[in-house]
Design a protein around this ligand. Structure first.
Ligand SMILES: [Zn+2]
Length: 300
């Protein structure tokens, strides 16, 4: 599972955000599903882990648990629309991006009480009768949104709201960078491209990530690059990104060599450099992530 519920705050936490914590309570999480109390154990949550962070469940889910069905939905969603299931599932297809301080997401001590009261996706107000989750909870970073974009190619007509982006569906919010010359983008989008095989280049003030897209000049691809300004980031946040990129790069090369069709993609919301259109600038760790999957564009 990609996410679990924090037992103290009842908020849903992305496994990958645990990498930003100094201390992870391995017994502090449970399944995020409806009426499900099964413990969820965080795995590969240290920044140096070169495996993607996740939660593991060791016993069976509650009878009403919708999360138990998620894998089957993801599987079906790769071949056909699963819109109805996505409309009622809390985490599979976020409807919007809601940026809150990452420290609040991962550290219950910093969560103001009003935020605790309105735990994501379910009604914790008075009364013991739990209502079914409202479905399509907001995401705290672009990560769950990008996963959903790749996983459900037949459901990209679903709504998606991100502040600063003027389109409102998965289909139109995402914009792939191509290899047909550098384009000048006048509107903000969630940009993405396959990661290059070349490793990211680290400097004190920034990290430069080459992408496998750009412009062919004399038989050589001059690539788009994302420049991440990370002077304000914690060491943990920097390590997380570096290790995530390395994991994704290795996965990408391995997939290509084994003739698999999956690829590692870098997703980001950033500003295109005014002088050099091959460069994009990103400074917020919540607005950049990788995902490894099959990219499908259904033909009508
Ligand atoms: Zn469950």
């Amino acid at each position: 599972m990609d996410a679990a519920r924090d037992c103290k705050t009842l908020k849903i936490v992305e496994a990958d955000d645990l990498k930003l914590l100094d201390h992870v309570d391995t017994y502090g999480y449970k399944c995020p599903g409806h009426n499900c109390e099964v413990q969820a154990f965080p795995r590969a949550f240290r920044p140096e882990n070169l495996v993607r962070a996740h939660f593991q469940v060791r016993s069976s889910h509650g009878a009403d648990c919708d999360v138990a069905a998620e894998e089957a939905i993801i599987e079906r969603g790769s071949k056909a629309s699963v819109q109805q299931e996505l409309e009622t599932s809390p985490g599979l297809s976020p409807a919007r991006l809601q940026l809150v301080d990452t420290r609040q997401i991962v550290n219950p001590e910093l969560v103001p009480s009003e935020l605790r009261a309105q735990a994501d996706g379910r009604n914790t107000s008075k009364g013991n009768t739990e209502q079914r989750p409202a479905g399509r909870r907001p995401a705290n970073s672009i990560r769950p949104i990008c996963k959903s974009f790749l996983r459900f190619p037949f459901d990209r007509q679903l709504s998606l709201h991100i502040d600063g982006i003027d389109t409102t569906t998965y289909q139109t919010v995402f914009k792939k960078l191509r290899s047909k010359g550098f384009e000048q983008f006048t509107q903000q989008r969630v940009f993405y491209a396959e990661l290059a095989w070349t490793a990211a280049e680290e400097r004190i003030e920034h990290l430069t990530i080459p992408l496998n897209a750009g412009e062919w000049i004399e038989g050589k691809l001059v690539c788009y690059s994302v420049v991440v300004s990370w002077t304000e980031w914690s060491n943990t946040a920097r390590s997380r990104l570096k290790n995530e990129l390395e994991t994704a790069r290795q996965e990408n090369m391995a997939a290509s060599k084994s003739k698999a069709k999956t690829r590692s993609y870098l997703f980001f919301i950033g500003s295109q450099d005014a002088q050099t259109p091959s460069l994009f600038h990103v400074d917020d760790q919540r607005l950049i992530c990788t995902a490894h999957d099959l990219l499908v564009f259904p033909t009508a």
